[in-house]
Design a protein around this ligand. Structure first.
Ligand SMILES: Nc1ncnc2c1ncn2[C@@H]1O[C@H](COP(=O)(O)OP(=O)(O)OP(=O)(O)O)[C@@H](O)[C@H]1O
Ligand SMILES: [Mg+2]
Length: 342
């Protein structure tokens, strides 16, 4: 069964972007946040990780945003969530002695102890995200229409979301149970919260994405209505030139190429590009089938992502209607269908 996505990503209040390391989570988070802010939404985007890649992508050369966050452009505020800072904030709010808590958390023995303790990072980070959602402006209106989370790489991805449930089943009363309950309710809010997996059109990421999706369905229950397949190779030639590799290979080796490499080299290049495109296309189809979800394909940007223009290009594709199983394997790469249609 292939499910239809439940509408635009911009209609959600919380989007948690997840996926294996290096699949493009930060890029997708930045592109989504940028598009939402352009659409007039007030957006908070939170990066959970050691470095501030997100801020560097959205505002290259700007100073760190830190835990307190900073509005990088109208309507777009970036936060960097460090679990220890989140813990200090939480405990400070609970026991009202922030100074004492800060000193305690700076204690190396305490930190070492915490480094080895499972679960608290996830819980406290999700708690901070819940808190961001609750913030209000002076008129009592929610400060952020949309919170985007650039989550840690999967492996941790499902654990990240499962901690509140585990804590609640272990601790049935008190502030910890209440806190976990609020976070769990936020995650399971099917109308407002969405998990957005990002995959690459390659064998291992395709398999891992299918595992992630089925575990989220079976164990977590968070809404998941599409998969983003990032950096998909574009069709190397227009459809009427699909036999170009064969035509080049059939030419006599001495055929003049007007200063270009010999025909054998050109034939090899054409063949490699077509193989990569076809392989990507097959994996896009496999992801759609194995996850029983529509896919959003983002094109591979030659030379990598170098700034807001690239992000906007990806952002437009990200908000385009996802393609369902059979269309996902169509012979056009992302963007081309629309370009050819117009
Ligand atoms: N569509 C794309 N086209 C070309 N390059 C891309 C694309 N998307 C991402 N990249 C590049 O791939 C690399 C990894 O992307 P990104 O940092 O977004 O991944 P990530 O999943 O956040 O990684 P990590 O797990 O390390 O946080 C970056 O160098 C980025 O510029
Ligand atoms: Mg990242």
């Amino acid at each position: 069964m292939t499910l239809q996505p439940d509408g635009s990503l911009l209609e959600r209040r919380l989007v948690i972007v997840t996926g294996k390391g290096g699949t493009g989570k930060t890029t997708v988070s930045a592109a989504l946040a940028l598009m939402a802010a352009r659409d007039g939404r007030r957006v908070a985007v939170a990066e959970v990780g050691r470095d501030e890649h997100l801020r560097a992508l959205l505002a290259p050369g700007s100073p760190p945003v830190g835990y307190a966050g900073r509005e990088l452009q109208p309507g777009l505020t970036v936060f960097h969530i460090d679990p220890f800072e989140a813990l200090a904030e939480y405990l400070g709010l609970q026991i009202g002695m922030r100074g004492l808590v800060n000193r305690g958390l700076r204690n190396p023995v305490f930190r070492q102890l915490m480094e080895g303790s499972p679960g608290w990072r996830e819980l406290i980070t999700l708690g901070k995200i819940w808190h961001l959602q609750q913030l209000e402006d002076a008129r009592g209106k929610r400060l952020y229409d949309l919170v985007v989370v650039d989550a840690p790489a999967t492996g941790h991805g499902v654990t990240f979301l499962d901690v509140p449930r585990v804590v609640r089943s272990a601790v049935r009363a008190g502030p910890l149970s209440r806190h976990s309950g609020l976070v769990e309710t936020m995650i399971l809010d099917q109308a407002n919260s969405l998990l957005l997996p990002v995959a690459l059109a390659e064998e291992l990421p395709a398999r891992e994405t299918a595992t992630l999706v089925s575990r989220v369905r079976d164990e977590i229950g968070m809404a998941i209505d599409r998969v983003v397949v990032n950096a998909v190779a574009r069709a190397p030639f227009p459809p009427e030139m699909s036999d170009l590799p064969a035509k080049l290979a059939a030419l006599p080796p001495e055929t003049p190429t007007g200063g270009l490499p010999p025909v054998a080299v050109l034939a090899e290049c054409a063949s490699v590009r077509r193989s990569r495109y076809e392989l990507n296309r097959d994996y896009v189809g496999q992801i759609a089938r194995d996850c029983s979800l529509p896919v959003v394909q983002l094109p591979n940007i030659t030379g990598g992502i170098s700034g807001p223009d690239d992000l906007l290009q990806l952002g437009r594709e990200l908000l385009a209607p996802p393609r369902r199983g059979e269309d996902a394997e169509a012979t056009t790469a992302p963007g081309e269908a629309r370009e050819q249609a117009s």
